[in-house]
Design a protein around this ligand. Structure first.
Ligand SMILES: Nc1ncnc2c1ncn2[C@@H]1O[C@H](COP(=O)(O)OP(=O)(O)OP(=O)(O)O)[C@@H](O)[C@H]1O
Length: 419
């Protein structure tokens, strides 16, 4: 995550209904949303919510229907006015802004993409994308230029003159996205933006958003009730529980491997963790020898000290060359050979830090040896033990784990090894 904060929310509340401030004492007494509704006629939609969103971060807010997601995202651009709290964008509280300041923020800083596209039916695709620029007073030539390049960005070149109803749902949402991106906002607010799309198109749009974001580096706030979508898109995920309270904020891996409470646990129990958890999170440090500097003596000493029978060999740039085994280093020592070159064994399983551990399961069953983690330049980062992979997917508390294992064994056999 980028550490520079773009949006900071402090103790935010939204209470719908007459005279909402009188609800605060009831909240302090710990009354439930239902009790408060009965007593006061007010609905607590967002309840004392605080969090930060980093620049360039895709921050997903997820929760079940009625948990307050839409209310929360609408507070961010004040489509809904919060009852209490602060919303700082680049350090400025938008709740203190007058109409003119707010207009500017909505025009240049924040853009919203809606679930049902919100296109104007009697305008062409191009005119729809231009519309937001038009009301911000931009001259015709500039806005056409910006609209065209924005349509190009979302893959709609050639559809400028089409009418919205001539396009599929996925394409209409691309128009919605192009419109939101046209004035190059710093923050993109996406409210269930893909939820109305067919599953296949939805997956495609998610992939495209990831590709776009890799180029754009915007701050994206994405609302969804779909956990798979949240896990796929989010750098971090906020899980909103009933009554608009935060249950957990964390990276997809943190939420899957360490759910904060039973509510989050219930959410994540059916997820196949091995597809989400990556090599980097179960990687350990591993000792290495440098082929340019270290000989058999050093290698033997290091292995003996750590009670290991093999050690990783790298070059001076820490690029992985292979491993050497203790029997061989001892033999070379006796023969007074100085270089490890002749005993270097380069048939080593490797994985990238971002590889999902599911991809390592076959290897985990196939070999006792640790897996070497190397990046795209071949630089050695650490090792993953076969046991760690299996432990991660067979976590007793996780209903998904044993299923994965047994399914895997059914398909592949376990090679007669104990697991
Ligand atoms: N204008 C309103 N007046 C009164 N209550 C409201 C209003 N808007 C939302 N609510 C209530 O606030 C709570 C949160 O609603 P919100 O729409 O933010 O939830 P959500 O998580 O986005 O749900 P969904 O996924 O169904 O849209 C709900 O109990 C809802 O009934």
């Amino acid at each position: 995550m980028e550490h520079e904060v773009k949006i900071k929310i402090e103790n935010l509340y939204k209470i719908f209904g007459p005279n909402p401030k009188r609800v605060f004492p009831l909240l302090e007494q710990g009354r439930t949303k239902e009790e408060i509704l009965k007593k006061s006629g007010c609905v607590v939609a967002v309840n004392d919510v605080s969090f930060e969103i980093g620049k360039r971060e895709t921050f997903v807010i997820m929760g079940l229907s009625g948990s307050g997601k839409s209310t929360l995202i609408r507070c961010l651009n004040r489509l809904i006015n919060p009852t209490a709290g602060k919303i700082l964008i680049d350090g400025e509280n938008i709740l203190d802004m007058d109409k003119e300041q707010l207009r500017k923020v909505r025009r240049y800083t924040l853009s919203m993409v809606f679930q049902h596209f919100g296109l104007l039916p009697h305008r062409t695709v191009l005119e729809n994308v231009e519309f937001g620029l038009e009301i911000s007073g931009m001259d015709k030539e500039t806005r056409r230029e910006k609209a065209l390049s924005s349509l190009d960005l979302v893959g709609l070149k050639g559809y400028e003159k089409s009418m919205p109803d001539e396009l599929s749902g996925g394409m209409q949402q691309r128009v919605g996205l192009a419109r939101a991106l046209a004035n190059d906002p710093e923050v993109l607010l996406m409210d269930e933006a893909f939820s109305a799309l067919d599953p296949l198109i939805r997956t495609q749009m998610q992939d495209e958003l990831l590709t776009l974001q890799a180029k754009m580096h915007k701050t994206i706030v994405f609302i969804t009730h779909d956990l798979d979508e949240a896990l796929k898109l989010g750098d971090r995920i906020l899980i909103l529980g009933p009554g608009g309270v935060i249950r957990q904020i964390g990276t997809p891996e943190e939420i899957l491997s360490d759910p904060a409470d039973d509510y989050v646990k219930a959410f994540v129990q059916n997820v196949d963790k091995s597809k989400i958890i990556t090599v980097s999170s179960i990687m350990r440090n591993a000792q290495v020898v440098n082929i340019d500097k270290d000989g058999p003596g050093t290698a033997t000493r290091l292995m003996e000290k750590a009670s290991m029978d093999r050690i990783v060999v790298v070059d001076s740039d820490r690029k992985l060359l292979g491993i050497v085994k203790i029997d061989d280093t001892v033999r070379l020592q006796k023969q007074k050979v100085k270089s490890l070159e002749s005993i270097l064994f380069d048939q080593v399983y490797t994985a990238h830090p971002t590889t999902p551990i599911s991809e390592l399961l076959p290897v985990a069953f196939d070999s006792e040896d640790p897996i070497a983690v190397i990046d795209e330049d071949g630089v050695f980062h650490g090792a993953v033990d076969r046991g760690a992979i299996i432990a991660e997917v067979s976590d007793e508390n996780d209903d998904g784990g044993p299923v994965i294992l047994s399914e895997f064994i059914e398909q592949n056999g376990n090679g007669g090894k104990d697991i």
